[in-house]
Design a protein around this ligand. Structure first.
Ligand code: NAD
Length: 362
């Protein structure tokens, strides 16, 4: 049976790494029909819309999508396409495994953590009031009246909603993920000592949900303490569950622990749909240069295979990627000790080496 999957090539280096991912996924022997629909800056120029309806409809129909990074056009009125996509499909869980692969240059070894970030709420809900606008003054006056606090009139305001519903489902997702993937523990991260009614609620609900999973150890950490501990002893952490903003920041920190943005995969998952994508952006200055590392999007493809239940193919694909990285011969510039290393290969040569490994396994 062939899986029909929506493929969104994206902008910048997106089309190159999407092509790489398509080739490597096909080399696993699993059959795919690619339903190609784009989004982003180029699509805006062609169709007048950054996130066309046909792209959303395709993901709704196929239930699964894999996408290259998308450039957020600079200018008035553009919110991130990625945020809009997650909101439109209710992809509430952002899952970013950060694992050390031998051969990737990093200060750390043996890191194996999974970031689970709530994708819908918190300061990313898009509820913002611009400094100087009459409605902002109204909000300031209401807040002063209700809270007794003084707020400067020249303030901009961003609202941070965190709900019981949103927290329950993300924390439950984290525990179910830990159970399914045989992980050791779940850590909920917050700043409940300062934001008692948003982060405090997140912590209270997380503790309650933890009670439903007595087989999985649970602990919590304050975000600033966690930031320090992750760079001193990352091996002590396993599955980490965050409200949106802290999860966004710590995703990049964790990518740094395992060798940088080029190798960090991700998945955005909801109850009905799933969209897989690398953590990094469209790296526009490398567009069309056959230069960047395809690993982040390839490992996102591995996550997609697991999601589809193709665990054997996922294991083979991960092994082929990690073997090529460990051997260090057919790897991109960012994986070499020196970024100007003339022995670095391009995106397509690294892809070919991974495809050859996979064909050798069949
Ligand atoms: P970026 O991740 O695109 O690039 C930052 C730097 O990281 C690059 O200059 C490059 O040195 C390095 N890098 C990134 N990916 C790499 C790879 N695969 N191999 C080797 N090196 C790599 O971040 P940015 O420059 O802040 O953002 C560029 C655009 O991407 C912006 O428009 C931003 O909004 C967008 N963006 C999109 C997504 C997404 O689609 N999910 C995520 C982040 C940023």
């Amino acid at each position: 049976m062939a899986y029909t999957v929506t493929l969104v090539p994206g902008d910048g280096v997106g089309p190159e790494i999407s092509e790489a991912t398509k080739q490597v996924l096909e080399a696993t022997g699993v059959q795919f029909r690619w339903d190609i629909h784009n989004a982003g800056e180029e699509t805006l120029a062609k169709e007048g819309n950054v996130l066309p309806q046909h792209t959303l409809d395709s993901i709704r129909k196929n239930k699964v999508g894999i996408k290259g990074p998308i450039t957020t056009p600079v200018g008035e009125g553009f919110r991130s396409v990625n945020v809009a996509l997650r909101q439109a499909l209710d992809l509430y869980a952002c899952v970013r495994p950060c694992k050390s692969y031998p051969g990737v240059r990093s200060r750390y070894e043996g890191v194996d953590i999974v970031i689970i970030r709530e994708n819908m709420e918190d300061l990313y809900a898009g509820i913002e009031f611009e400094e100087g606008k009459p409605e902002t003054l109204e909000i300031i006056q209401l807040l002063e009246k209700r809270s007794g606090a003084k707020i400067r009139r020249d303030s901009g305001i961003s609202i941070k909603p965190i709900s019981i519903f949103g927290t329950e489902r993300i924390v439950r997702y984290a525990f179910n993920y830990a159970r399914t993937n045989k992980r050791k523990k779940v850590t909920a991260v917050h700043k409940a000592n300062i934001m008692k009614f948003s982060d405090g609620l997140f912590l209270e609900v997380a503790r309650r949900v933890a009670g439903e999973f007595p087989d999985i150890p649970f602990e919590d950490r304050i975000i600033d303490n966690l930031a320090m501990q992750l760079v001193t002893r990352p091996e002590e952490y396993d599955v980490l569950v965050f409200p949106n903003l802290y999860g966004d920041i710590v995703s990049d920190l964790a990518a740094g622990l395992v060798g940088g943005l080029g190798v960090a995969p991700g998945a955005n998952i909801g109850d009905d749909y799933a969209v897989f994508e690398a953590t990094h952006g469209s790296a526009p200055r490398y567009t069309g240069q056959n230069k960047v590392n395809p690993t982040g999007m390839l490992l996102s493809g591995v996550l997609m295979l697991r999601h589809l239940g193709e665990t054997g193919a996922a294991a083979r694909m991960e092994k082929a990627i990690s073997d090529v990285i460990r051997e260090g011969k057919y790897v991109t510039y960012d994986m070499k000790p020196n970024r100007d290393d003339p022995t670095a290969v391009g995106t397509s040569q690294m892809t070919d080496a991974i495809v050859a490994k996979l064909k050798g396994m069949r």
